[in-house]
Design a protein around this ligand. Structure first.
Ligand SMILES: [Zn+2]
Length: 408
């Protein structure tokens, strides 16, 4: 089996303490910082490409066992740090169309209501995405994934949700599975978000019934998604509709996720814990009861501070969540309307400044807790022997620099 080594990392962060605490109440000492670190990993061939597969050994370069001294090695010469590959556990990466004019008019003071009235907003993205061919969406997705990879992300969740018909939602999910074959160096996790909005031309009950009776079974039989997400909010789906859709999805083996308590409080964080969801995402308006339910459950709170920043909205109560013992992950929420940014490190900067998160909390939020929000933390999120060899060679000497420098 082919092995490779990375040696003389200025610092190597294993994150092993975060795994031991299962992502709650993490502190600096949980990062497992090793000065002058080294890593040995196995590789495997996928589609004629040699890609990292499993971590074999982690430690100080000086302690590298003799048997690994002759294998191919990458010497970082003390100039670059090494961390677990980042996990972006909430994106809407597949869409077509352009909403830059809408953004600039919003900056000029135009309201969302006016933009929607003029044919902008989510519906313009839905129209463009329905019209786009599979090949066009693969091309757009590929260039976005290359950008995501460059910023250290090795695992990325991608939601459908800009099709809102049986056929076009399946098209988006097929695009994600094509992209997974094209990018064996990354792990893509597909989420079905047919319940992103009620399409304007369809009866509400008919649409929900179609998702439950037709889309979800088809997605499961073709293995096109791992999770199912519902936008539970005023003007979108109710708590009860959310529960109905997610319980149906669970019957077909899809894990649950919820866009929860974003614009109004609907107690959907509590709903997430009741249906055993992997994550409750957004949480700008989460109640004390919601925080308590999250703290006592396995559900991860996924915070998306870039979106609140972009909307100039008050941020989620990250400190209260973390201090109450909730596992918190951070993600970009990359989407054409409310966060047109693929940089998870930029989101980390916003989280440090506006959520008051410490370096250890930010690190855990984009590694182990992100993996946990996708149900992948058994194999991902830390640099330890036996884990998947998802690592990131930073273009910096220290991890902190990755978010101290803004929008690099
Ligand atoms: Zn979202």
């Amino acid at each position: 089996m082919p092995f490779q080594a990375i040696v003389h990392a200025s610092e190597l962060l294993t994150g092993d303490g975060i795994r031991r605490k299962d992502g709650r109440r993490v502190t600096q000492s949980d990062l497992g910082r090793i000065a002058d670190g080294a890593l040995v990993y196995q590789t495997k061939k996928i589609a004629n490409r040699e890609v990292p597969s499993r971590i074999e050994w982690v430690g100080r370069t000086v302690d590298l066992p003799k048997k690994w001294k002759k294998i191919p090695r990458l010497d970082l010469k003390g100039k670059k740090a090494l961390s677990p590959g980042l996990v972006d556990c909430h994106t809407h990466l597949i869409f077509a169309g352009d909403r830059s004019e809408e953004f600039s008019s919003r900056c000029g003071g135009t309201s969302y209501e006016e933009i929607a009235k003029n044919g902008g907003g989510i519906l313009s993205t839905v129209t463009a995405t329905r019209a786009a061919s599979e090949a066009e969406l693969v091309r757009l997705g590929s260039s976005r994934l290359r950008e995501v990879y460059r910023r250290g992300v090795r695992t990325v969740e991608i939601k459908s949700g800009y099709g809102l018909t049986f056929e076009s939602e399946l098209k988006i999910l097929r695009v994600i599975s094509i992209l997974q074959k094209k990018f064996p160096q990354m792990r893509l996790s597909a989420t079905y978000l047919g319940a992103h909005a009620i399409p304007s031309d369809v009866d509400r009950r008919d649409y929900i019934q179609e998702m439950i009776l037709r889309s979800i079974p088809e997605i499961q039989s073709k293995k096109l998604a791992e999770s199912c997400d519902v936008f539970v909010d005023a003007g979108y789906f109710t708590r009860e509709e959310g529960r109905e859709i997610l319980l149906a999805a669970k019957k077909y083996g899809l894990r649950a996720k919820i866009h929860a308590d974003e614009m109004t409080n609907t107690e959907s964080a509590t709903l997430a814990t009741e249906v055993g969801a992997l994550s409750a995402d957004h949480l700008l308006k989460v109640s004390d009861q919601g925080i308590q339910s999250l703290a006592q459950s396995g559900t991860v709170a996924v915070l998306l501070p870039g979106t609140a920043f972009y909307l100039k909205a008050p941020q989620a109560p990250a400190r209260r969540l973390i201090d109450q013992g909730v596992r918190v992950a951070l993600a970009t929420d990359f989407n054409p309307g409310t966060f047109m940014c693929l940089s998870l490190p930029a989101v980390m900067t916003i989280a440090g400044l506006y959520l008051g998160m410490t370096c250890a909390e930010i690190f855990a939020a984009v590694t182990y807790n992100g993996a946990r929000a996708l149900g992948l933390s058994e194999h991902k999120g830390t640099l330890e022997p036996g884990m998947d060899a998802d690592f990131w060679v930073l273009p910096f000497e220290k991890f902190e620099e990755s978010y101290y420098r803004f929008a690099w």
